[in-house]
Design a protein around this ligand. Structure first.
Ligand SMILES: Cc1cc2nc3c(=O)[nH]c(=O)nc-3n(C[C@H](O)[C@H](O)[C@H](O)COP(=O)(O)OP(=O)(O)OC[C@H]3O[C@@H](n4cnc5c(N)ncnc54)[C@H](O)[C@@H]3O)c2cc1C
Length: 573
């Protein structure tokens, strides 16, 4: 079965076992799990795969050490188990990273308590190195003396600094690409995935007191055409938008999520670019930031601000200010404080958190910062709606586990009559993975050399092999046939062949789809108009864009980016 994402809209008229609403990491993992276990699956995403919360993360596949403060041990343990599974399943897209948790004399919690937390975190990851190659083995945490710490992270404020705890977690190098890899695994297992298609309602029938869901109504946002999709069961995996998707049905179901806005900023590298470790710094204010060295820069965040359902998802000047204030307050006076001018890019996402009212355990809390990151599956039959489930909460890290739970439930309830195919998602590599549980480095070097021999510049080759994994061969074929496709796209280190693959194999339909979620250009810095135009020119013949359409698309995308940028840069008096 082809793993290509080709928007097979014509197949939406087929009957499905399950329709998944939402192409974030949760929906994509459900589609992969369900299709791999033998179900006929359609996944509908109103915008692009991963364009919601799933591309706005801190870029870590992690246990979430700070959730230990909320005694959320179950979430931490599950996440640590998943951290290992994801790392072994896509070693080209995940990397072990050393984290430093600095301890100042004024730190809260106090240093011994931080140490106890780090030790417990490590203990909970007891299976961390099972089947792991040396490059993915997680070492035992250690205490770094003040001098050692300042040697590694010179930007930290030395005053009252006692030292720091060093422990490991896993970097999700390009979450957009890893999500895409799972989407392609789902397609390879037979799922029909359609982006730019919006679920607008449910096809229902009333039987006494019960509303029976028979499918969903959708509108293709590219041509405006409506479709009705028939399915035995519908899974609502729309993240922060689960209530909006439920519409009027939702009123009798009473489900929802608490929303919390999370912002990150991308800045010049702190410490001059030599720092390898991520720093989990908690300031005197009690706020924390994670400063990650990423793509030669510093990726810093997140914020955690409760928001209402109708609040716009925008990065505001106050969000940037809060991050800069927090990180600056942990910095050495020798390091130049970060200002708005150092910020190249911001990301913003909304956490879909379990509603506080629904919390049934010890993690009840009134603020989103300390809210549980566990997931919940709502079976709406309990409230008189048949054939409908909603997923709330969860993390990127635990999406596979959430999906496994969800599909287990489907086989117990609505789809108990369907013959299940055996599939072990815990040991199944993501699409594009060179080899499960093997060091990716030798593969990456070899693949990169092949591309270089075919005329691809070294830097581009490095990006391609990491981002595309085994699909580098597709790029290799393209540049072999047409050398012009090895040319760098104006203003980036990436090449034209990647744009072809984005549009032909990876379902990209807009400039933002290509630049922000297929290439890495949109995530590593500000994108200039010449890059938009270069991408548009390569994509145009495949997408059937005329010269006028190219101009219009470039103009629209340029303005969209300017609005986002101007919004957070314009400080209120
Ligand atoms: C700032 C921040 C940092 C984070 N950092 C991490 C981290 O480092 N590690 C980690 O594990 N987790 C992290 N998380 C949590 C993680 O990102 C989320 O839990 C996860 O991405 C949620 O995925 P999702 O698929 O449920 O939601 P989403 O990714 O939001 O997907 C829902 C999708 O549904 C679609 N949709 C909505 N309405 C419709 C409709 N009517 N029809 C069709 N489609 C529709 C949307 O377009 C969207 O793409 C972070 C979250 C935030 C906000």
């Amino acid at each position: 079965m082809s793993t290509a994402l080709r928007r097979p809209v014509d197949r939406l008229s087929e009957p499905f076992d399950v329709v998944v609403i939402g192409g974030g990491i949760t929906g994509v993992c459900v589609a992969r799990e369900a299709a791999s276990r033998g179900l006929r699956v359609a996944l509908i995403e109103r915008s692009d795969f991963g364009s919601g919360t799933s591309s706005a993360t801190t870029k870590f596949i992690h246990g979430g050490i700070r959730y230990l403060e909320q005694y959320d041990v179950a979430v931490v343990r599950e996440s640590l188990r998943e951290r290992r599974i994801l790392a072994l399943g896509a070693p080209h897209l995940v990397e072990q990273t050393q984290f430093i948790m600095p301890a100042w004399r004024w730190s809260k919690p106090a240093t011994p308590l931080i140490g106890a937390g780090v030790a417990l975190y490590h203990t909970l990851s007891f299976d961390r190195n099972r089947s792991a190659p040396p490059s993915l083995r997680i070492p035992t945490p250690r205490w770094l003396s003040r001098n050692d710490l300042l040697g590694r992270v010179p930007w930290l404020d030395p005053e009252f600094l006692q030292g720091g705890f060093a422990y490991h977690d896993t970097l999700n190098v390009h979450p957009e690409r890893l999500l895409l890899a799972y989407a392609r695994s789902a397609a390879g297992a037979g799922a029909v995935l359609v982006n730019h298609c919006e679920v607008t309602g449910f096809d229902t029938e009333i039987d006494g007191d019960v509303v029976i869901v028979k499918g969903v109504d959708v509108v293709d946002r590219l041509d405006g055409r409506p479709h009705r999709i028939r399915a035995s069961v519908v899974v609502n995996a729309a993240g922060p938008w689960i209530e909006a998707v439920l519409g009027p049905i939702g009123r009798r179901l009473g489900v929802g999520v608490d929303r919390s806005k999370g912002v990150h900023v991308l800045t010049r590298p702190l410490g001059g670019g030599e720092v390898k470790d991520a720093v989990f710094a908690r300031a005197r204010s009690g706020r924390h930031v994670i400063v990650s060295p990423w793509m030669g820069k510093s990726f810093i965040g997140p914020t955690d601000t409760p928001m209402q359902i109708d609040d716009p998802v925008t990065c505001d000047p106050e969000d940037v200010e809060q991050i800069l204030e927090t990180v600056n307050s942990t910095m050495s006076p020798v390091e130049r404080a970060l200002t708005f001018d150092d910020v190249e890019l911001t990301t913003v996402g909304v956490r879909p958190l379990i509603k506080v009212d629904d919390a049934t355990d010890a993690v009840r809390s009134a603020d989103t910062y300390s809210a549980s990151r566990r997931h919940e599956l709502y079976h709406h039959l309990e409230r008189g709606v048949a054939n409908l489930w909603t997923i709330a909460g969860g993390k990127w890290t635990t999406a596979r586990a959430t999906a496994e739970d969800m599909v287990d439930e489907l086989f117990v309830h609505e789809l108990s009559h369907v013959k299940e195919r055996s599939f072990g998602s815990r040991t199944a590599p993501a699409h594009g993975t060179f080899a499960w549980a093997e060091d990716a480095e030798p593969f990456l070097v070899e693949a990169s050399n092949e591309l270089i021999a075919a005329g691809v510049a070294e830097k581009a080759a490095e990006i391609v092999v990491r981002a595309h994994g085994t699909d580098y061969r597709r790029i290799l074929d393209l540049v072999t046939i047409d050398q012009r496709l090895a040319a760098p796209l104006d203003g980036t280190d990436e090449i034209a062949a990647q744009v072809i693959v984005a549009v032909v194999d990876e379902g990209a339909r807009t400039l933002a789809d290509v630049i922000d979620r297929r290439l890495i250009a949109g995530t590593t810095g500000r994108v200039e108009e010449r890059t938009l135009r270069a991408v548009a020119r390569v994509a145009a013949p495949v997408l059937g864009w005329s010269d006028e359409t190219i101009d219009a698309e470039v103009d629209r995308e340029r303005r969209r980016r300017e609005v986002i940028d101007a919004h957070w840069r314009t400080r209120r008096p």
